[in-house]
Design a protein around this ligand. Structure first.
Ligand SMILES: O=C(CO)[C@H](O)COP(=O)(O)O
Length: 165
């Protein structure tokens, strides 16, 4: 990893404890230059997950952050929310292989976790590993992702010829 990463974090009240634990870890990581916390500040704040997750995902899409870690009860609501932001590729990943492939295959900028699904120590290990992965824009995976990006722009289904690679 050559450039240090700017990480956005956000959670609803079901994910705030895990979000705070991950933010503390990220602030200590030498590969991270900045952690921006989009809330919630504590579990008494009952704002719905899209209100937090969409703002963090927008920060990534706007180039204000490089990646985001979003936490709700399952991670699913955060994933759905973040993927509505143009240009964002977000995934839930509670295992190390999926987290790795989310970068290397899918160039996901957003990792979503479930505070009611995964314990803090495993989540910290997965996020620490995830920080170290980089997407190779010259890989075959980039061509596959190009079909998604093209659809996002023109809403036209790829042709069979396009889809062959
Ligand atoms: O996990 C959530 C959304 O995916 C959220 O933390 C709880 O949502 P709810 O089950 O709709 O209250």
């Amino acid at each position: 990893m050559t450039e240090k990463l700017r990480i956005a974090v956000a959670a609803d009240n079901a994910g705030v404890a895990l979000k705070d634990a991950l933010a503390a870890m990220l602030r200590e990581d030498h590969r991270v230059t900045e952690v921006t916390d989009f809330g919630v500040p504590d579990a008494t704040d009952d704002r719905a997950y899209p209100l937090l997750g969409l703002a963090a995902a927008r920060a990534v899409a706007d180039g204000e952050a490089d990646r985001a870690v979003l936490v709700c009860g399952t991670g699913i609501g955060m994933q759905i929310s973040a993927n509505k932001v143009e240009g964002i590729r977000a995934t839930v990943a509670h295992d190390s292989y999926s987290a790795e492939r989310s970068i290397k295959s899918n160039d996901c900028q957003v990792l979503c976790l479930g505070g009611r699904v995964i314990g803090p120590e495993l989540a910290k290990k997965i996020v620490a590993e995830w920080l170290g992965y980089e997407f190779d824009p010259d890989s075959a995976s980039a061509t596959k992702l190009g079909h998604i990006t093209a659809f996002e722009h023109d809403h036209q289904l790829p042709t069979t010829a396009d889809a062959a690679c």
